[in-house]
Design a protein around this ligand. Sequence first.
Ligand code: GZL
Length: 336
Amino acid sequence: MRSLKIFVSSAAPRILIIGLLLALSACGKPKESPADKGIILGFSQIGAESAWRTCHTRSIQEAAAEAGVQLLFSNAEQKQENQIKAIRSFIAYQVDVIVFVPIVSAGWDNVLREAKDAGIPVLITDRKIDIQDESLYAGYIGTNSVQEGRDAAGFLLTKFQDRSATAPASVKNPVRIVELSGTTGSSAADGRAQGFREVLAEHPEFQIIYSESGDFLRSKGYELMRAILKDYSDIDVIFSHNDGMTLGVLDAVKEKGLNPGIDIVIVTVDAEQAAIDALRRGEVNCVIECNPKQGPQTIALAKQLARLETIPRLIHVNETVFSEGDDLLSIGPRGY
Ligand code: GZL
């Protein structure tokens, strides 16, 4: 079946978006029986802030095309209000199912109530939401950010086990950690921070001396790290919530005349190709995988919802950890 892909940019004024969608309704939605009509899916993506994000988008678009699902795509350009506008446009167009990545966890109750009142099921992907009424969405599929944070801390316990072994004494010589976190208020950043701190709470020999949000952006990672290196000269570890920021960190650390991966241990999340390449060069010590290839599972769940079937409330995609001790040449091309 020919799939209809409409790119609805959030930059267009709201009336244009609704006008476009309503115009389609005159000739868009097929009148066949529910059993064989083409499913129309409204997908609100947060933006294109990282290689991870563009891979996530591509994975969903390709899976929709493969499945013959008609995709109404909206790029929110990092603004929650654009996501809310897009979801309202999807409701106006009476799509069969809504899928969205909540850029931040809070602020979705009203628009999801509107979707429920319109009888449109909602599937959340990649990031999670905090909501009063859990019945306002059908389920979540995506990454387990809390586990990613735990894995990052777990690597450090192994890396610095000599200091852990002599913890009481070494508290006088703690492992000093700088954290560059992701988008403030996002479940990805909050989860990674939570998991990281959960594990380290048992180990006082590890101290987070500074933490600030770099918003998952390479440019902010670079700017933050340059400023931090002016104020702190005794950093042992940098924990960066995504590879995009880490690439900026590497530039700043090298500009300072330091050897990343040697003078400062670097732990990063996503596992995009550039991070695996840095791991192979010894500039990064541990790469926590955050899997963006969620398209096939997401579209399969969306089709079940369009058929009014129930789906699992929570599905975490498979993820792993790559570290300096692994057989790094066995890691296949990442595709993002
Ligand atoms: C994680 C995802 C994050 C990635 C970043 O699930 O939401 O957003 O780690 C991306 O690279 O920008």
